[in-house]
Write a new protein. Sequence first.
Length: 253
Amino acid sequence: MIRLPRVSKPVRVLLRKELRQFLRSRNALLTGLLLPALIMVVAPVVQLLAAAGGSAMRGQATLPAGVPGMAGLTRLDELFLYVTFPLFFVLGGLMTPSLAATHTVISERERRSIELLVALPVSVKDILTAKTAANLLVAAATLLPLFVIDAAVVLLLTHAGILYVLAALVLVLCALTASIGISLLLALVARDFRTANNLNGFFVVPTMIMTGLCVTLVPGLWRFPVLSVLMLALGGLAYLIAVRWLTFERYLT
């Protein structure tokens, strides 16, 4: 029988505190809900509805020849499914936890409540574990219902099957996993919202370029597992950097 790792009592208490703090913050709620909804639902669904409506949009899509990732894509809805949708899934999976981390960590630094927090009989590891877990729970509670909407629209309006939906779900989960390292770096490095936004851009922009290259060069459904592996590698790298920097002094200053 496999035993799940037990969560210590300090982490559970801090986790409840982080969730309550997030739910009480209007700015955190608006940012954590509106932007993911735009990325994960509004933009993809509008594209599919546009591709499904009107005879002009149902014709053959003009795609560049000789590009491996475009091979076999002859319809406009297929172009959206295999080229733009992976970009939305990666962006949503990476940005949503980072947005939550930005508001929770920076707000504590501005209110100078971190000193009070670390004065409690808990370690910095417990504090960051609770913050990361809270960010992931909020992100999962936000993204998974949005993904269900995407999946329903994809199955209703396109010829993509359940295998596409499962591959896309794995990609979203891997992007969420990768966000653990980014959230830790935000907690350690960011001192204000400007620094946090710059750090987000430092990770997101190269990641989107890498995602664009992947969907251009990798054909068919294979782009989803390849992107998933890349997300895990990116998250692992960010996590290793964060762990090497994880000290009591860096968290306070």
